[in-house]
Design a binder for this molecule. Structure first.
Ligand SMILES: [Zn+2]
Length: 97
């Protein structure tokens, strides 16, 4: 978006790729972490604890397996499990589920 490139401060929430810190993915949560890459997503400790333990463990297992054997299937699997964790964190935080 040319407009954002010209005025990076116009919409701060859309020009986050340059920001050195990344916000928790839960809306209105003000906690941040150090940005590791442009696509870095993060759930803060407080909201991570709201994710069901089974989801967290499944995601951790998929990540461990991906570290050992880097296949596309394991990559997609851990991505899907991460999405499930994100959805659960947001839904719990705003009181939907
Ligand atoms: Zn949070």
């Amino acid at each position: 978006m040319a407009l954002l490139r010209r005025w990076p401060g116009l919409l701060p929430e859309l020009s986050v790729t340059a920001a050195p810190r990344v916000l928790c993915i839960v809306p209105y949560c003000r906690r941040t972490a150090k940005r590791l890459d442009a696509h870095h997503e993060w759930i803060c400790g407080k909201h991570w604890s709201l994710v069901p333990r089974a989801y967290r463990r499944a995601y951790a297992r998929a990540k461990r397996r991906f570290k050992v054997r880097q296949t596309l299937l394991l990559w997609k699997c851990s991505g899907m499990l991460w999405s499930r964790c994100k959805r659960a964190a947001i839904e719990r935080a705003v009181g939907i589920s």
